[in-house]
Structure formats: structure tokens, C-alpha cells
Design a protein around this ligand. Structure first.
Ligand code: PRP
Ligand code: MN
Ligand code: MG
Length: 178
């Protein structure tokens, strides 16, 4: 897996430090609010499990499976909800956890949906932010690492569903794209 990488962009160490920093910020902001933390499947799975364990407050967890990339490099522009929440968000402080914000379409869609459903507050925490990819106006409230405009894999991010279980984030060598 790691041998398929042209370079490592975010190391395990940097992920660990980033998670710890975000965990502290989130703890300070969410203590006493019993937030509902939403993991956006599948990409956010590892980041969510790590970041909630860095939060020293009561949280409830739920999952939403959303996809817009399918197996390609480019966002289809259509955000599909493959699995919805179990929890009623009405009156809740909701924290959406994402692996990456690229065009911003996935998040914009989710934030609007959850506000429409009556959430008391909706905030977003993302491990990676790719501002150069933005197509819609959408910024996360908590950002881990700002990344350049490259196709990234690892720590949840996939290429054709693979590489998600790599413990760091990297760029694949061109020869593996075929
Ligand atoms: C990826 C990524 C984010 C979203 C970001 O998910 O995990 O959820 O795209 O892109 P955007 O800002 O352009 O919307 P994907 O659709 O690939 O589904 P996955 O998480 O199951 O891989
Ligand atoms: Mn995703
Ligand atoms: Mg994907």
C-alpha cells in the first residue's frame, strides 16, 4: 500500500497531533452540550473514531453514508444519501465529521439538510481541507490540515474504494491509476 505512494502528505504523527489539537478545541466548545456527532461514511470513519476519543465530553454518535465521487477522481456533483441517520436531530447540537472538504458539495448538502430538519446548531470538523477545489461556498468550522490540489488517499480516503486503511495520507504514483 505505502509502496504505491509517490509521496506522503500527512504522516501518522501529524494526524495524531492534529486529532489531539482538534479534540481540545471541540472539548472546550461542546462540553455540556451533549452533541450528536455524525460520521460521514465511508471516508470519515477513522478520523471520527479518533477525534471523538480526543473529546472529553458526552457525545452521541450516528452515521450517514453519502457519496458523490463513486469510483472516479472527479465529483459527480450529485450528492447521494445511501444511508440516513437513526437519530432525530431536532433541537440537537450537531457536529459533522468529514475526512476532506473538496468542492464543498457534500457538506453544503448535509448542513442544509440538517438545519432544515431543525438542528439547534450544525458545525463541521474536517481532517483535510482542499480550498483550491471549492465549487460552492462552504467552510468547515474546525480544520485539521490544509492540503494542495492533489488526489489523496489513506486514513479513510479511497481510490476505487482501496487505500482507506493506510494509516497516513498520500498521493498515489501515476502508474497505479490505470
Ligand atoms: C469524498 C470525501 C468527502 C467528499 C468531499 O467522499 O470523503 O465526503 O468526497 O468532496 P466534496 O467536497 O467535493 O463533496 P466520497 O463521495 O468519495 O464517498 P466516500 O466517503 O464513501 O469515499
Ligand atoms: Mn466521503
Ligand atoms: Mg470516495
Amino acid at each position: 500500500m505505502i509502496n504505491d505512494m509517490k509521496k506522503i502528505l500527512v504522516s501518522e504523527e501529524e494526524i495524531k497531533d492534529t486529532v489531539a489539537r482538534l479534540g481540545k478545541e471541540l472539548t472546550a466548545d461542546y462540553k455540556g452540550k451533549d452533541p450528536l456527532v455524525i460520521c460521514v461514511l465511508k471516508g470519515a470513519i477513522f478520523f471520527m473514531t479518533d477525534v471523538v476519543r480526543a473529546m472529553d465530553c458526552n457525545v452521541e454518535l450516528d452515521f450517514m453514508d453519502v457519496s458523490s465521487y463513486g469510483n472516479g477522481f472527479e465529483s459527480t456533483g450529485e450528492v447521494k444519501i445511501e444511508r440516513d441517520l437513526d437519530t432525530n436531530v431536532k433541537g440537537r447540537h450537531v457536529l459533522i465529521v468529514e475526512d476532506i472538504v473538496d468542492t464543498g458539495r457534500t457538506l453544503r448538502h448535509l448542513v442544509e439538510l440538517l438545519k432544515h430538519r431543525g438542528a439547534e446548531s450544525v458545525k463541521v470538523c474536517t481532517l483535510l481541507d482542499k480550498p483550491s477545489g471549492r465549487v460552492v461556498d462552504m467552510e468547515a468550522d474546525y480544520v485539521g490540515v490544509v492540503v494542495p490540489n492533489e488526489f489523496l488517499v489513506g486514513y479513510g480516503l479511497d481510490f476505487k474504494q482501496f487505500y482507506r486503511n493506510m494509516p497516513c495520507v498520500g498521493v498515489i504514483k501515476e502508474e497505479f491509476y490505470e
